[in-house]
Design a protein around this ligand. Structure first.
Ligand SMILES: Nc1nc2c(ncn2[C@@H]2O[C@H](COP(=O)(O)OP(=O)(O)OP(=O)(O)O)[C@@H](O)[C@H]2O)c(=O)[nH]1
Ligand SMILES: [Mg+2]
Length: 308
C-alpha cells in the first residue's frame, strides 16, 4: 500500500470503528465461547447479524452460504467464520459493481437525489472536487430552488472545489436551471454535469413529480450524455435507507448510491442489505464533513475495515 492508500484506509477504519465494535466484537465473543460450528453457534450468529442492521434477508443469505461452505469444505472450527462472512460480503458487493470504462470520453450527468439532510449538497461538493482534481471539467447545476440558502451553500462548495455553478434565484423553476446547465455543458463540452436537487418540497408527491420532470429533461435534451442517478443515503438512518431507495427508484432509475455519515455511526452495516436487496452499487462513501472526506467505494477495503 502506498502512503495515500494507507491514509485512506486508516480514515475508513476510523470512520467504521463503531460499526466494527457493534458487529465484529460480538462475533469474536461467540467464536471464543463456541469451538465448533454447530446449530447453536449459527443461531447466535444469526441473531447478531440481524440486530446489527444487516437485515433479515441478507442475514439468512449469509447463514445459508456458511452452511453450504461448512458442508462442502468440512469446516468445523468457529475461527474460520469471519473469513467466510468476509468472502460472502465482498462477492456480493462485487457482483453488483458496474464495470466502468476509464477511457470513456462521453459526457456524463450525475443527478443527485435523496431525502432532506442526507448530505446531497455536501457530497456534490466533494465529488466535484474529486472529478476536477482528476483533470476533468465539471459544471454544477443548483436545481434545489426550494430551500432558502440552498444555492448559497452549493456556491460555497463550488468555490472550494473550483468548479462553475449554474444557478437561479430561490423559488424559480428547477427545470429551467437544468435547461441552462445542459446548454452550458454542451457549449463548453464539459465532462461532467452534476445536478443538486431538493430533498423536501411541499409534499412527497411534489418532490417526486419535480424529480421526474428533471430526469425527463436530461433524458430528452442531453441524450448524448450518459445519465447517472445517484441516491444519497445517510448511514445513520439504518434500515430506512432501503425504504427511501425503493421510493426514489419508482421515479428515476437509480444506478449508484452514495452512503454518507459513516464516520461516527454504528450502522455502517446497512451498506450490505442495501446493495444485496436493491442490486445497486455503492459509488462513494462519506466519512466526514470536509471536502476530502469522500472515498470511492472499494468492496474489499470496506469489508476489511469492519471485519479485520
Ligand atoms: N459527519 C458527516 N456529516 C456529513 C457527511 N455528509 C454530510 N454531512 C452533514 O450533513 C448535513 C446535511 O448535509 P447537506 O449536504 O446539506 O444535506 P442535503 O441532502 O443537501 O440536505 P437538503 O438540501 O436540506 O435536502 C450537513 O451538516 C453536513 O455537514 C458525512 O459524510 N459525515
Ligand atoms: Mg442540499
Amino acid at each position: 500500500m502506498n502512503n495515500e492508500k494507507k491514509g485512506f484506509f486508516a480514515k475508513l477504519k476510523e470512520g467504521l470503528s463503531k460499526t466494527k465494535k457493534n458487529l465484529t466484537e460480538q462475533i469474536e465473543n461467540i467464536i471464543f465461547s463456541h469451538r465448533k460450528i454447530d446449530d447453536d453457534f449459527l443461531e447466535e450468529l444469526e441473531e447478531i447479524l440481524i440486530t446489527s442492521d444487516m437485515g433479515v434477508d441478507t442475514t439468512l443469505d449469509i447463514i445459508e452460504y456458511i452452511k453450504g461452505e461448512v458442508k462442502k469444505n468440512k469446516i468445523e472450527d468457529t475461527s474460520e467464520i469471519k473469513d467466510l462472512i468476509k468472502k460472502y460480503l465482498v462477492n456480493m458487493l462485487k457482483e453488483n459493481e458496474e464495470i466502468e470504462d476509464e477511457e470513456d470520453t462521453q459526457q456524463q450527468v450525475i443527478l443527485v437525489v435523496g431525502v432532506n439532510g442526507v448530505g446531497k449538497t455536501t457530497s456534490i461538493g466533494k465529488i466535484a472536487n474529486r472529478i476536477k482534481s482528476s483533470g476533468k471539467s465539471v459544471i454544477v447545476a443548483a436545481a434545489d430552488t426550494f430551500r432558502a440558502a440552498a444555492v448559497e451553500q452549493l456556491k460555497e462548495w463550488c468555490n472550494r472545489a473550483d468548479v462553475d455553478i449554474i444557478a437561479s434565484e430561490q423559488g424559480s423553476d428547477p427545470g429551467s436551471v437544468i435547461y441552462d446547465a445542459i446548454k452550458a455543458a454542451k457549449a463548453r463540452k464539459t465532462d461532467v454535469l452534476i445536478c443538486d436537487t431538493a430533498g423536501r418540497l411541499h409534499n412527497k408527491k411534489n418532490l417526486m413529480n419535480e424529480l421526474s420532470k428533471i430526469f425527463k429533461i436530461l433524458d430528452k435534451e442531453f441524450s448524448e450524455a450518459k445519465i447517472n442517478v445517484y441516491l444519497v443515503i445517510d448511514a445513520t438512518t439504518g434500515q430506512n435507507g432501503i425504504i427511501q431507495a425503493k421510493l426514489f427508484g419508482e421515479t428515476c432509475k437509480i444506478n449508484g448510491l452514495v452512503l454518507t455519515k459513516l464516520d461516527g455511526t454504528a450502522k455502517g452495516g446497512i451498506a450490505f442489505p442495501i446493495v444485496n436487496e436493491l442490486n445497486i452499487p455503492i459509488k462513494y462513501i462519506g466519512v466526514g464533513e470536509q471536502i476530502d472526506d469522500l472515498q470511492t467505494f472499494n468492496a474489499e477495503d470496506f469489508v476489511n475495515a469492519i471485519f479485520e
